[in-house]
Structures are given as C-alpha cells and as structure tokens.
Design a protein around this ligand. Structure first.
Ligand SMILES: [Zn+2]
Ligand SMILES: [Zn+2]
Length: 262
C-alpha cells in the first residue's frame, strides 16, 4: 500500500468560480477548477475550500467517515468556507483535529457548531505534529494575508520513508522554509503556479509564475531536495493567467479529481 494516497478536490486559484453554476458543479472533465483542496489518505483534509465538500461527497462519492484532521493553509475565501467545514465535520465519526497558524483562528469566526466537533491545534511556523503514522511540519509561506496576524502556511508531510511538500499559496520560499526543505529529499512537490507565464500581474509577489517554478525546481534538484525522478505537480492555477497552449514541460498539471499515490 502506498504511503500517501492523494485526491485533489480543487486545483484552481481564487478567480475560478467559487460557486459554479449547477450544470458544471458535477464536472470531472477539467471544464472547471474548484479552488484548492487536497485529501490525504482519506483522513486528512487540506483546506475546506468552498466546493470541496460537495465535490468529495456528491461527485466523487468518497467515504469521509474516517476523517481525522482538517489542516488549513490560510484564511483566504478560496481556501476556507465555514459551510464546507461544517459539511466535512458532519461526515466524520468522531471529533476532528483542526490545524492552522495560531494567528488565523480569530479571522475564521468559528461558532459553537464547529468548536464542539473539533480539537483546535494552533501552529507556529516550524511546528511538527504527528497525525497517526504521518508527520506534518508547518512552514511559513510568502503570501499576503491582509488585516490579520496570521502567517500563511506550506506543509511538509512524511510517512513510511515517503515525503511530499504542499505549497499553495505562496511565491518563492521564505528563507526559513528553504532551510528546512534543504534537510529533506522529497518524492513529490505540489507547487502553486497561479500566474502562468504572465509577469505584469499584481499577484506576482504572493504567487508563482511558471518561470519561477522552473527556477525553484532546478534549485531544488541541484540542492538535493528533489531527485530527477521526484514528481512535480502544479496546482492553484489561475483561470485568467494561463494560456490554452501553455508549456508545462515534464510537470504534472493537477486537475479536480486527480489521484496520486506515492
Ligand atoms: Zn488561493
Ligand atoms: Zn491566498
């Protein structure tokens, strides 16, 4: 059995419709991207994005009764929806752990309804926690979250000798994050590529272009963070900023419903 079984519940940036029309809500053919969310081993959810519960339960018909934890990258509306969170908590048999940066909690406006079903685990950057057999480390992301005291987070996961990185959202790497990554050899890096091949776009300081991802991947290979046979997956793709004929090289472009085992 694979160490990690990943299901991409959303792969789009915030300019994808967060409430798609009813006729495309069931789409699995890449017609639409829901905003970013990932399910790990059927137990650990990264980001209860607005369409993620509907897609997981109503479209993919996944069994989420074993859900153990919800892990939040940051509070932006394309990654966090109270309605979706309530949906996921309703699927789980028991209480669910909720992991996010310590400064994120006040802006989420959690009610008794959610708090009674969750155990809160505020994180500082660098914190490492155990989720069953999986070790998770929170890493700071270069991503602006205005008007709050939160730091957006990337995450590093390890289980049974396999490791992967999840970096949606955030441009480049913060120095501290790079120092941690340099100590690891990854089997998979899930990189955000919001800005496509555009450059003159305001999102560029908080998100990656494809050229930035290329530079980062080359540096990660040269520094031993990625092997030549490690997988690089692009996610958090903007609707407006990727051309139809975009060249993604050997990288895997994630789509909603994509499964990946490592
Ligand atoms: Zn986002
Ligand atoms: Zn964001």
């Amino acid at each position: 059995m694979a160490a990690f079984d990943l299901v991409f519940l959303g792969t789009g940036a915030a300019d994808w419709p967060v409430r798609p029309q009813a006729d495309v809500r069931y789409d699995t053919d890449g017609l639409i991207r829901r905003t970013c969310s990932l399910l790990i081993n059927g137990k650990y959810l990264i980001d209860p994005a607005p369409e993620s519960w509907f897609f997981a339960v109503k479209v993919l018909k996944l069994d989420l009764s074993g859900l153990k934890a919800v892990i939040l990258t940051h509070s932006h509306g394309d990654h966090f929806s109270l309605k979706a969170l309530d949906g996921f908590l309703g699927e789980a048999r028991g209480k669910v752990g909720f992991y996010c940066h310590e400064g994120t909690i006040p802006s989420l406006k959690l009610t008794e309804k959610e708090l009674s079903r969750m155990r809160l685990h505020p994180l500082k950057t660098g914190d490492r926690v155990k989720l069953g057999k999986v070790t998770m480390q929170a890493l700071g992301a270069n991503h602006e979250v205005s008007r709050t005291r939160e730091t957006a987070l990337h995450y590093l996961f390890a289980c049974e000798g396999k490791k992967f990185f999840y970096g949606c959202d955030g441009a480049w790497f913060l120095a501290q994050t790079w120092s941690v990554l340099r100590k690891h050899e990854l089997d998979l890096a899930i990189m955000e590529a919001t800005v496509g091949s555009m450059r003159a776009n305001y999102r560029i300081a908080s998100h990656n272009t494809l050229a930035m991802v290329d530079m980062l991947v080359e540096a990660m290979e040269e520094c031993g963070i990625l092997r030549k046979d490690s997988l690089v997956v692009l996610s958090h793709l903007s609707r407006e900023l990727h051309r139809p004929d975009e060249d993604y090289g050997s990288k895997i472009v994630a789509y909603d419903g994509m499964r990946l085992e490592i």
